[in-house]
Write a protein that binds this ligand. Structure first.
Ligand SMILES: *Cc1c(COP(=O)(O)O)cnc(C)c1O
Length: 381
């Protein structure tokens, strides 16, 4: 089955009792048993729910995985994966990582004795030098947030495998419509389904996809035991969103490409970070591991200060100032005063995160309207 077909049919069948073509939303906490332990496959809804099972089968299909496990949020999915580790274990993670991942690593897991190194993964030499004898996991984000650096998944997974470490890829930014990390050698893929998979900014959800029996068993043990499971309505919304994933991502990528070109040529902008530009340092790697270059574009302003960036953002009207990404609507955010405000200015700038850096999540609106919105805001500076 090819990708567009998968987004409609993967793991989905008409419901048995009524023939409903859409998965019913099973609002129930428990299931009747004919005799103790004799039942139709479900006992209690923390463990399984048919709407959640339909979503998990879909997600596994999309990521070319044998299994998927759905969680209440992307953070809950990451939390479950990290709980496979034990005190003394070491993790190598991408340095330009989602702020919520950084907080989870540093403030929840480090106090339990798990150690993290944050490495600039743009070269394989850097990754190699990050390994210690205790490294059990390599955590990749690509493209990164908000600088849109690219990490070579296959080469990194190769290095990890040689040292018996597990490779995890946070595939939230690319989505399976553009990038399939398990086929490149990763062991597990983590998602915030809140973003492109859901696609409509109307739910919070997460998932882990894997083809390893041991990882899957660990995850299902955890959902049963710690209970960070999504409700049936959110599972339904995620499934509904996924049906248009390929169309939405294709359109958003087309818009993003044209917007990146427009910004690059504009006299009031500084550098434009977009992996689709041939002078982007990760362009060739992105080309080889992604189907398109994604719909996130970051750029700085020629007048590089926080005040100018804020003035720019207050003058856009279609691009809504908000955190998050991956929905049908275009969003704009300012990392230096929003998601990355807690990082000291020197540290931010060392990583290339300028004061005026602006991040766009490009939606599926008409390109001319989006360009006009940005043009007006740039003229106002
Ligand atoms: C949003 C996000 C998460 C966290 O997901 P939630 O659903 O908000 O918990 C993790 N990784 C990336 C890259 C994200 O963008």
């Amino acid at each position: 089955m090819q990708f567009n077909t998968k987004t409609i049919h993967s793991g989905q069948q008409p419901e048995e009792t009524s023939g409903a073509v859409m998965p019913p939303v099973f609002f129930t906490s428990t299931y009747a048993q004919e005799a103790p332990n004799v039942h139709k496959g479900h006992e209690y809804a923390r463990v399984t729910n048919p709407t959640r099972t339909a979503l998990e089968k879909m997600l596994a299909g999309l990521e070319d995985a044998r299994y998927a496990c759905a969680f209440a949020s992307g953070c809950a999915a990451m939390d479950a994966l990290l709980k496979m580790l034990r005190p003394g274990d070491h993790v190598i993670a991408t340095n330009d990582i989602y702020g919520g991942s950084y907080r989870l690593f540093k403030e929840v897991f480090e106090p339990y004795g798990i150690r993290f190194s944050f490495v600039d993964m743009s070269t394989i030499e850097n990754i190699r030098s990050g390994f210690t004898p205790d490294t059990k996991m390599v955590w990749i984000e690509t493209p990164t947030n908000p600088l849109l650096n690219i990490v070579d998944i296959a080469a990194t997974a190769d290095e990890a495998r040689k040292r018996n470490a597990v490779t995890v890829v946070d595939n939230t930014f690319a989505s399976p419509a553009l990038q399939l990390p398990l086929n490149l050698g990763a062991d597990a893929v983590v998602h915030s389904t809140t973003k492109y998979l859901g696609g409509h900014s109307d739910l919070i959800g997460g998932a882990v996809c894997t083809s390893h029996d041991a990882i899957y068993e660990n995850l299902t043990f955890q959902t049963k035991t710690t209970g960070a499971v999504p409700g049936p309505m959110d599972c339904y919304l995620a499934l509904r969103g996924i049906k248009t994933l390929a169309l939405r991502v294709q359109r958003s990528c087309e818009n993003a490409r044209m917007i990146a070109d427009f910004l690059k040529d504009h006299p009031k902008t500084g550098d434009v970070k977009y992996p689709g530009h041939t002078d982007h340092p990760g362009h060739e790697t992105a080309r080889s591991q992604m189907k398109d270059f994604g719909a996130m574009v970051s750029f700085s302003l020629k007048q590089d200060d926080i005040g100018t960036a804020q003035r720019f953002m207050s003058n856009t009207s279609l691009f809504t100032l908000a955190e998050s990404l991956g929905g049908v609507e275009s969003l704009i955010s300012h990392p230096a005063s929003m998601t990355h405000a807690s990082i000291p200015k020197e540290v931010r700038e060392e990583a290339g995160l300028k004061d005026s850096l602006i991040r766009l999540s490009v939606g599926i609106e008409d390109l001319d309207d989006l360009k006009e919105d940005l043009q007006k805001a740039l003229e106002s500076l």
